[in-house]
Design a protein around this ligand. Structure first.
Ligand code: HSE
Length: 442
């Protein structure tokens, strides 16, 4: 008596751009290996695209697999891979897919960060997996390590360089001394920055990733709207030079921190440029690479590094999820779902504890340093280091004596630090606040 071969697991792909075509190609080329790893044949049953008729000869699949009817396709699959992005109609499609019993693998950071709980609830209701490793830091395995490998530990901090475009721009500013605008143009010409780079350079992309990282790390729902966000558009060549003088480099950081408050633990989640020592593991992340630095109570410090974007690197993370959810199908059961039991409060930015580096051009006369120090003291901010350099400026033949003061603070509430900067700016003896930048990575 012959035993019927198990029916293949049906994979539907939503989207066939750079990442989607890599997923289709790798799934097709490695189908036998992937099937062996899963323990059951896996088959691509359809690719939803916006328009038929485009030349897709680079995608080695039967052209009849392309369809514009995504709503139908998601009901004919065991696993739906979503790489179309955006909020709608994507959310609707994923909800329909899960309702129809399909597991979902998504790279959609914006949707997960804006409305993750709706998707997690749908996954729970349907008893299916919802995996999204590719949504944060492309190829780098970071979400499953946080969700699974570190599930027995207490994560205290996650600091990530999670946006390659901004890292490329800041790295080039650091190595060339050029300004922000001209460096963005170079990044666009080289294909590192989009024609409209605002999602990257204004920090929206990193903020969505920070929300996802914080939610998983702290078992707490954090949406992108709760993430304090500052992009890199105001970072100047002077900021980069000031960082360099301290042995630091400027990075756009996604920072997720567990903070002890008098009322119990809370979380601080923020995205902003900051100086970080060149000797810190994140200080050596060059070009468009991503990295995520994790601190946990028992594990100590961990560093994850790799490519955060691109077709094949992102497809690697997606296919890893496909194999994982497919294994669950074959063996029964699901992976870990959402864990938001801790439900920690999310602190406003003003309450976050940070350090500042402030560079000031001041008059060089008695009492100036005392006035500057008083501005810090008045706001309860403790100074860690002060460096002064006398600077003579030639103003049309007249030499004006002045000094450049660089102050680095101890950790203090961000609101107190920004009030200190406002007070410094208002002092007669302060000619110019040259650079203000947060400092991370002690
Ligand atoms: N635009 C992102 C970046 C990649 O520059 O890193 C996708 O998240």
């Amino acid at each position: 008596m012959s035993v019927a071969a198990p029916a293949p697991l049906r994979v539907a792909l939503l989207g066939c751009g750079v990442v989607g075509s890599s997923v289709a190609r790798l799934l097709t080329h490695h189908r036998e290996d992937l099937s062996a790893r899963i323990g059951r044949p896996v088959e691509l049953v359809g690719i939803a695209v916006r328009r038929l008729g485009r030349d897709r000869s680079d995608v080695p699949v039967d052209p009849s697999l392309f369809t514009t009817d995504a709503a139908d396709l998601v009901t004919r699959a065991d696993i739906v891979v979503e790489v179309i992005g955006g909020i709608e109609p994507t959310r609707d499609l994923l909800l329909t897919a899960m309702k129809s019993g399909a597991a979902v693998v998504s790279a959609n950071k914006a949707l997960l960060a804006e409305d993750g709980p709706t998707l997690y609830a749908a996954a729970d209701d349907a008893g299916v997996d919802l995996y999204y490793e590719a949504a944060v830091a492309g190829a780098i395995p970071i979400l499953r390590p946080i969700r699974d490998s570190l599930a027995g530990d207490t994560i205290t901090k996650v600091i990530g360089i999670v946006n390659g475009t901004t890292n490329f721009v800041l790295d080039k500013m650091d190595t060339t001394g050029a300004g922000f605008a001209e460096t963005v143009e170079v990044a666009q010409a080289l294909g590192y920055a989009e024609a409209d780079p605002s999602a990257d350079i204004e920090g929206f992309d990193a903020a969505a990733k920070a929300a996802i990282l914080a939610s998983l790390a702290f078992h707490t729902r954090v949406s992108s709207a709760q993430v304090h966000r500052e992009g890199i558009t105001d970072v100047t060549a002077a900021d980069i030079a000031a960082a360099d003088a301290m042995g630091c480099v400027v990075k756009l950081l996604a920072i997720c921190e567990r903070v002890a408050t008098p009322d119990g633990d809370a979380v601080s989640v923020r995205v902003h440029p900051a100086m970080i020592p060149r000797t810190h593991p994140l200080g050596s992340v060059r070009d468009a690479f991503n990295a995520v630095f994790v601190e946990a109570e028992a594990a100590g410090q961990l560093m994850f590094y790799g490519r955060g974007a691109g077709g094949d690197p992102t497809a690697s993370a997606i296919l890893g999820d496909v194999v994982e959810v497919a294994r669950h199908r074959v063996n029964g059961g699901r992976g870990a779902g959402e864990s938001a039991y801790a439900d920690l409060p999310v602190l406003p930015m003003g309450a976050a504890q940070t350090r500042y580096h402030i560079s000031l051009d001041v008059a060089d006369r008695p009492g100036v340093l005392a006035a500057v120090a008083t501005a810090f003291a008045d706001h309860g901010v403790s100074i860690e280091t002060v460096r002064q350099q006398v600077v003579d400026t030639d103003r049309g033949g007249q030499v004006e004596h002045g000094a450049n003061l660089v102050v680095v603070t101890h950790r203090a509430a961000d609101a107190a630090l920004s009030a200190t900067v406002a007070a410094l700016d208002a002092l007669d003896t302060v000619r110019e606040v040259v650079s203000v930048m947060r400092v991370e990575g002690e």
